[in-house]
Design a protein. Structure first.
Length: 364
């Protein structure tokens, strides 16, 4: 039965007992809320360690501090599923990241079980157990949590150890444990660095229909928006939604007065931030002339991308990897973009480069 923990001292006693029993890995998950904030708000921490299933209340004073040593313990493996947002939640609430990490979603992909599998599907594939999905949109900040919420939360860690044992054995037999360690370490490092996306305009399809000058203005707006969202802990779209950002970039107002009039005419606009928005809109970025342009590939580039995709697909099939695991379309586009400068995308470095460079270099 899961144990509800709302005492930091009780949590420390459990952690000490695990150490005494020689437990060297735990199943770990969180519930968080991110509907009205930029940063995820940690609402619950679930831990499976040996026979312990703990539901830890991080809203209790002192609990984040009690969790910190366990999360950072290099001798305690953290088994998690699709951990990226959970990592951000831990970083914000506890100031540390769970390390070392074994992400079962990444492991399932590298083992050839399936790409991007959700927890319920992976549990069923490995254990045959069908889990309920009833509390995926619950209010996890309320107290007390309902019985169905507690059951759902406990299920999220109950099967992690069985999944770990199956996937670890499979990856070991395939000689791919180092692949997993590298991908998990890169995931943790990415959250730790917390660097905003350098060229956020590239992920917006509508940016392709702007000329070079307009795209540079859009880049200014998107970077400004990210800074404001982080500082105010509000979702990016609450600061400036994509549609308004593109509209501003396409037809920027002539001066601050015109900008204020433009904002006043649009209910969803950040009217109170007009002065800051004008400064961002009218101030060139030091690196904006280096920004790659969002554009539709020409026929030559499309044919090159298709050749690379075919080669990656063939190699993925030989390795038994799901599509997109070895190299996504976006990574291949970055490879084509950087090839003229002799650059190899960081996302394709390490074991992926070993697998792909001999195949792709001739095609480039």
């Amino acid at each position: 039965m899961p144990v509800w923990l709302d005492s930091p001292d009780a949590l420390q006693q459990h952690i000490a007992a695990w150490a005494a029993a020689g437990i060297d890995r735990i199943g770990l998950d969180t519930e968080f809320v991110r509907e009205r904030t930029y940063w995820p708000q940690l609402a619950l921490v679930q831990i499976a360690a040996g026979d312990d299933i703990l539901l830890v209340d991080p809203l209790v004073p002192g609990m984040a501090e009690a969790l910190r040593p366990m999360l950072a313990d290099p001798g305690l493996l953290k088994v998690m599923h699709s951990a990226s947002e959970d990592l951000v939640a831990f970083k914000q609430a506890c100031g540390v990241l769970p390390m070392p990490l074994f992400d079962t979603q990444i492991a399932a992909a590298l083992a050839g079980v399936g790409g991007g599998l959700g927890y319920q599907k992976l549990v069923q594939a490995i254990t045959g157990v069908a889990l309920a999905k009833g509390e995926t949109r619950s209010d996890w900040m309320r107290r007390p949590l309902s019985a169905s919420q507690l059951e759902y939360a406990a299920d999220d860690v109950l099967h992690l150890d069985a999944i770990y044992l199956a996937l670890e054995a499979k990856l070991s037999a395939q000689g791919r444990l180092d692949w997993l360690r590298a991908d998990c370490a890169r995931l943790v490092a990415g959250v730790a660095s917390d660097e905003p996306e350098r060229w956020p305009h590239l992920s917006m399809r509508s940016a392709q229909f702007l000329d070079a000058a307009e795209q540079r203005i859009l880049l200014r707006l998107l970077r400004w928006r990210d800074v404001q969202a982080r500082a105010s802990d509000k979702p990016r779209s609450w600061i400036l939604d994509n549609e308004l950002a593109v509209e501003l970039a396409r037809k920027p107002p002539a001066d601050e007065i015109a900008l204020q009039a433009w904002l006043d005419a649009r209910p969803k606009s950040p009217r109170k931030l007009a002065a800051r928005l004008w400064q961002a809109l009218s101030t060139p970025l030091p690196d904006e002339t280096d920004a790659p342009l969002a554009r539709t590939a020409d026929d030559t580039e499309k044919k090159k991308l298709k050749r690379l995709q075919d080669a990656v697909s063939q190699r993925s099939s030989e390795l038994g990897l799901p599509d997109g695991v070895l190299a996504s379309r976006r990574w291949l586009e970055a490879l084509i973009e950087g090839h003229a400068n002799g650059a190899w995308p960081e996302a394709l470095d390490g074991w992926r480069r070993e697998q792909l460079q001999p195949l792709l270099a001739p095609l480039l």
